[in-house]
Ligand binder design. Structure first.
Ligand SMILES: Cc1ncc(C[n+]2csc(CCOP(=O)(O)OP(=O)(O)O)c2C)c(N)n1
Ligand SMILES: [Mg+2]
Length: 338
């Protein structure tokens, strides 16, 4: 045992359990993310989306569960696998897809692309491609939230691979020292590109890294959206109360390759099929909804709505104009405050 005081466990969830009416919208959000990304994959193979494109399919319950535990004014800062997080935080599917297409109507005016979705109106503060760097950005955002006395919390998202980066460790040190309102959310999807977590880390529960600075921590199951909502709720409200940061490791799994150009041959034989069967978050929530009394007609109506939204996003993006070259440098710096 370490010879320093271990932080106590995180408190119980401050949120009530969801009934059918509460859970249906979360299922709809997860399906929307899934279908919009499947349309993005189609657009990628049609060469309508160029460059990098990292899909979130399989991890939808994490972003949706976290969003259900947040307030609108809470900030999110994340990496490049952020399409699902952006939509969960409130970026409209049209603006998301148009950004992937590099169109003027995109969330970042078509100048950012897949890895740089950004929408200040819903406090989604990006989308960054440098692995681990977003941890420092999120810590800075939390510093500002604290000093402006906003009562908001910053969720700083990263992966199991990013949890080996120096910027992440430095961010934890400062966040704990200054008791910043930040929740570090490590989505452990078991791989960093083609390297499995066992091959890259001696400790595979990344939340344990928080103990080195005395940070509150927890490892949670990320496949059940209700569980994510409850445990993220506990972490977020702890940070919001000014008690200091929390690190949560959410165990999850990505169904697709690292990016669209990865055939994902590094998985163990049968692993993907087994995970899809046992822990697809959309299926887990569908089963729960049936237990809660959701009817076939209710579920079918949601599926139909989702289909319309995903197709509409694709068509909107396809029909949108490209950015105006005159705007190339327009968003490089924030407008000066007067
Ligand atoms: C500083 C830096 N080093 C390396 C890379 C190349 N790279 C891109 S993604 C990635 C793996 C990150 O994996 P993880 O943090 O687990 O996130 P996931 O892709 O699983 O969501 C690497 C090494 C990078 N973008 N930035
Ligand atoms: Mg990973």
């Amino acid at each position: 045992m370490p010879d320093f005081p271990l932080p106590p466990p995180l408190p119980a969830s401050p949120l009530p359990d969801l009934d059918k009416a509460g859970l249906l919208p979360l299922w709809e959000q997860m399906l929307t993310i899934r279908r919009v990304e499947e349309m993005a994959a189609k657009a990628y193979t049609e060469r309508k989306i160029l460059g990098f494109c990292h899909l979130y399919i399989g991890q939808e319950s994490v972003a949706v569960g976290a969003a259900a535990a947040c307030r609108p004014e809470d900030r999110w800062v994340t990496g490049y696998r952020e399409h699902g997080q952006a939509m969960a935080k409130g970026v409209p599917p049209r603006a998301m897809m148009a950004e992937l297409f590099g169109k003027r109507t995109g969330a970042a005016h078509g100048l950012g692309g897949s890895m740089h979705i950004f929408d200040q109106s819903v406090h989604f503060m990006g989308g960054y491609g440098i692995v681990g760097a977003q941890c420092a950005l999120g810590t800075g955002v939390a510093w500002s939230l604290k000093h402006l006395r906003t009562g908001a919390v910053c969720l700083t998202w990263f992966g199991d691979g990013a949890a080996n980066q120096g910027a992440f460790f430095e961010s934890m040190c400062l966040a704990q020292l200054y008791r910043l309102p930040v929740v570090f959310v490590c989505e452990n999807n078991l791989y960093a590109m083609g390297t499995s977590v066992e091959r890259s880390s001696a400790l595979t529960d990344m939340s344990l890294r928080g103990l080195g600075v005395g940070m509150m921590r927890e490892q949670i199951d990320g496949f059940d959206v209700e569980n994510v909502r409850h445990r993220m709720g506990a972490a977020i409200e702890y940070a919001r109360a000014g008690q200091g940061p929390v690190i949560v490791e959410v165990v999850t799994y990505r169904h697709r390759g690292h990016s669209m150009s990865d055939p994902a041959k590094y998985r163990k034989p049968g692993e993907l099929e087994e995970k899809k069967k046992s822990s697809d978050p959309t299926v887990i929530t569908e089963l729960r909804l049936r237990e809660l009394g959701a009817t076939e007609a209710e579920l079918a109506a949601i599926r139909e709505r989702v289909e319309v939204v995903a197709k509409d996003a694709y068509e909107f993006a396809d029909a949108s104009p490209p950015p105006d070259p005159a705007d190339l440098y327009r968003y490089t710096y924030a407008p000066a405050r007067t």
